[in-house]
Design a protein. Structure first.
Length: 650
């Protein structure tokens, strides 16, 4: 298969299978899915992810893709390209216009299937770039949440795109039997009676260098640069003057970079450095030395923690600067970008950790590891993450112990209130105090008879309190068909213990034992719950309502004492069947951001024509229903996890 000079299959959006309207979190999810899929190398996926999170390379990817085209159409075109079905791609080209058409035509022109028609479509797209790219990028980024590009960066990246299109056309032209005749045909054979205004520009660019490529020029230029380096160069001196001896002005430059960047809004020393840099590139024959001086300023900014954020601004500006650096310098600057950005991220994480903002720090570490850092920085970030998680576990453990202590205290108060002997008749006799200690191993229990009115003996009182603890330990886990079993257990406990009296000294002893054996009683409760689950699984289709144990009639002569507080039934009603909880959606249309993401996707697929905002209205539901019908799903507007997976491509 051909490897064209302008290759859509190498675009980061294609590699990660996302559209330019996807937000940062969606891109990270796509990256994780691609890693799990294993169809591409880790290095390729890392490069694509870093490209979409780096200002200049993301803009290059956006302009080299299909801005404004529905994702379904893009997917169909890319599948055809992957299969080598150029006939289908040529038919799709007829339905496209503007920049998307120029990009597809440039790819096709660079392959063996390229035709003169493809070359003409590239030329037509070439002419309209300035009028369309800004609006296309602004629309896409309003949805994705990425910041709008600076005009200077947009201008430079557009110029590079034109250069890439021209290279694809030149590749096609050189494969023709008579390139000169073909070029004349491109100029003379117009689509309209009069020439298209401005067509000479791309034709001139195409003609430049045609038939005049030479070899060995880079070596000669390098030798000339080395010879010239020994001579005085006023253009280089102007840069050195701005930097000062031993970079003595570097802090002033950093302050100005942070205030106004390195673009047209730069101020003070940063503006003077930029002007000297531009003049040196125009006047100096030693371009390598010019770029080396700016890189020395970059490294000087990276040497101090306070100036490292300015180093990030400078390296991003140098990577976006056009004309770009020599090939060897470009690789160095790209590596510098990884290092200085990683240093700034580490400082931010350290500051967050010192302030105790653990969650934000962990999120920033995850983002930094995804974007790519040096090996040393990766080790530092992993160590910070381990320390944060360790301290977070300690804090969580202390909090859990605090909550546990409060719950025990509340339970003791509830027990006292529920079994306060002042609320029911005290026995006429005084019972001897049982010799028990909190840690006593005697856990003998005896179930009182239902409806008993007598004084509970110690084993009977122990059963009542211990059973109450078992039921309390599983209360929060009760739902569905388990409610019936739990209610039945509560009814049984009330029938046996709710009307009886007790000796307060026995209650004190049992209360201590209950607290001492809380963990083992919770295990007993879990075992009891497991038994209930096994009894009702699998759930019957029409489960019968379990009859509650009959309660003996209370004697009319005496009022019934209040039931123990812990014996209150859950408010939940017995459910007719146990239903699993519906899977949770990632894009919740009830939220503003969820509605924006889903409506953007529906709009990209051609089903939603309204405004992409945070409201999920009738028009949104109608668009969702129309798409579900086209996808062979249920003909309704229900938004659930199954629908989300298909629509959002998860």
């Amino acid at each position: 298969m051909d490897n064209p000079p302008f290759d859509l299959t190498a675009n980061p959006f294609h590699i990660l299978a996302v559209s330019p309207s996807k937000r940062r979190l969606q891109i990270l999810w796509a990256y994780d899915r691609a890693v799990e899929d294993g169809s591409r190398s880790a290095a390729e996926l890392d490069w694509a992810l870093q490209a979409l999170f780096t200002p200049q390379s993301r803009l290059e990817a956006e302009l080299s893709w299909f801005p404004g085209v529905a994702p379904a159409t893009v997917d169909a075109v890319m599948r055809a390209l992957g299969a080598g079905d150029f006939a289908t791609c040529s038919r799709a080209l007829e339905s496209l216009s503007g920049l998307p058409a120029a990009n597809l035509a440039a790819h096709l022109a660079g392959t063996r299937a390229g035709t003169a028609s493809h070359a003409r479509r590239v030329i037509e797209g070439y002419l309209g770039l300035d009028d369309t790219v800004a609006a296309l990028i602004a629309e896409s980024r309003a949805i994705s949440g990425f910041p709008q590009p600076e005009p200077a960066m947009l201008e430079s990246v557009t110029a590079r795109l034109r250069q890439a299109h021209t290279e694809a056309m030149r590749e096609w032209l050189e494969r023709q039997p008579d390139p000169d005749a073909v070029m004349l045909e491109l100029i003379d054979n117009q689509d309209s009676p009069s020439p298209i205004e401005g067509r000479a520009a791309p034709i001139d660019a195409l003609a430049t260098g045609h038939g005049h490529r030479t070899t060995g020029e880079d070596g000669a230029a390098h030798t000339e640069a080395l010879d010239y380096a020994e001579q005085a160069d006023p253009a280089l001196d102007s840069i050195i003057d701005v930097l000062g001896a031993n970079h003595q002005h570097i802090r002033d430059i950093a302050s100005d970079l942070l205030a106004g960047g390195f673009g047209s809004a730069a101020t003070g020393q940063a503006a003077r450095l930029r002007e000297a840099f531009r003049n040196a590139l125009a006047d100096s024959r030693n371009v390598q030395a010019v770029w080396s001086l700016l890189r020395s300023a970059l490294l000087a900014l990276n040497n101090e923690r306070s100036t490292r954020p300015a180093a990030v601004i400078l390296v991003e500006a140098l990577l976006a600067f056009r004309p770009g650096p020599p090939a060897g310098m470009m690789a160095k600057l790209q590596q510098d970008f990884v290092v200085v950005r990683g240093n700034v991220l580490i400082h931010e994480v350290e500051d967050l950790a010192r302030r105790g903002v653990t969650k934000t720090a962990l999120d920033k570490i995850a983002a930094a590891l995804h974007l790519g850092v040096s090996e040393a920085q990766r080790g530092a970030l992993l160590q910070i993450r381990a320390d944060l998680m360790k301290s977070d576990r300690r804090a969580s453990g202390g909090f859990i112990w605090l909550i546990g202590g409060c719950l025990v205290l509340i339970a003791v108060v509830l027990v006292w209130v529920g079994f306060n002997p002042g609320s029911r008749p005290r026995p006429a006799v005084t019972l001897p105090q049982a010799v028990e200690t909190p840690g006593n191993s005697d856990r003998t229990e005896s179930k009182p008879a239902p409806g008993t009115k007598s004084v509970l003996q110690l084993p009977e009182l122990r059963y009542c309190e211990f059973q109450k603890e078992r039921l309390n330990s599983v209360r929060t886990m009760i739902s569905g068909a388990l409610v019936q079993r739990f209610n039945a257990a509560i009814d049984d406990l009330n029938a046996r213990c709710g009307s009886a009296s007790f000796d307060q000294r026995d209650m004190d002893t049992v209360t201590n034992q209950r607290a001492a054996n809380k963990e083992s009683l919770a295990k007993d409760g879990a075992a009891m719950l497991t038994g209930w689950i096994q009894e009702i699984a699998p759930p019957p289709q029409q489960p019968a309502m379990a009859a509650k144990p009959a309660k003996p009639a209370a004697p009319p002569a005496k009022p019934k004492p209040a039931a123990p507080a812990a014996a209150a039934k859950p408010e939940a009603k017995p459910a007719p069947a146990v239903k699993p909880a519906a899977p949770r959606v990632h894009y919740d249309v009830a939220t503003r951001q969820g509605a924006i993401d889903v409506k953007a996707e529906l709009q990209g697929r051609g089903f939603y024509k309204g405004k992409v905002d945070g409201s999920w209205d009738d028009e949104s539901k109608a668009a969702l229903k129309a798409w579900k019908i086209s996808a062979g799903l249920a003909p309704d507007a229900t938004w659930d996890r199954a629908t989300e997976k298909i629509l959002m491509g998860e």
